[in-house]
Design a protein around this ligand. Structure first.
Ligand code: ZN
Length: 146
């Protein structure tokens, strides 16, 4: 389980999963390496990523046990969102594929949140990238250069 994966936090920040813990991007260290702080509010768990193949633990360590299922779910949800934005496959279909991938992965007890809890986020993510057709004449803005 010494594998790094990246995910997007709920605020569109960078997240990192490592050894069952989830981190969000923190500041750069004085040496220019990247620091990450545990995603749990108030937990002092930190890792540092640099030129090394694996992150190095820093600080006092975590105040809770690792949760590899949570990490797998975060990675799955990020992939879901990326696919919702990228593709023209229907969102329920993408969801089903990711849910199946998660079930067949080693994290057998990990399950995605139910579809209706993630659907609106996915549809919103997709809508944002598709340039919407104007709904009214007021929506049509003619550039001043014309
Ligand atoms: Zn922690």
């Amino acid at each position: 389980m010494a594998q790094i994966s990246y995910f997007q936090t709920s605020r569109n920040g960078d997240g990192l999963s490592y050894e069952g813990f989830s981190y969000r991007k923190d500041r750069l260290s004085v040496r220019g390496t990247q620091l990450w702080r545990c995603i749990r509010q108030g937990c002092p768990g930190r890792v540092e990523t640099g030129d090394l193949p694996n992150p190095i633990a820093r600080g006092r360590g975590h105040e809770h046990l690792p949760n590899p299922d949570e990490s797998s779910i975060r990675t799955s949800l990020t992939r879901l969102r990326d696919r919702a934005v990228a593709g023209n496959i229907s969102i329920p279909q993408i969801y089903e594929e990711e849910a199946n991938t998660l079930v067949s992965s080693q994290a057998a007890s990990a399950t995605l949140p139910v579809f209706r809890n993630v659907a609106s986020t996915l549809y919103r993510a997709r809508r944002r990238v598709l340039s919407p057709l104007p709904q009214t004449r007021e929506d049509i803005v003619i550039p001043p250069s014309l």
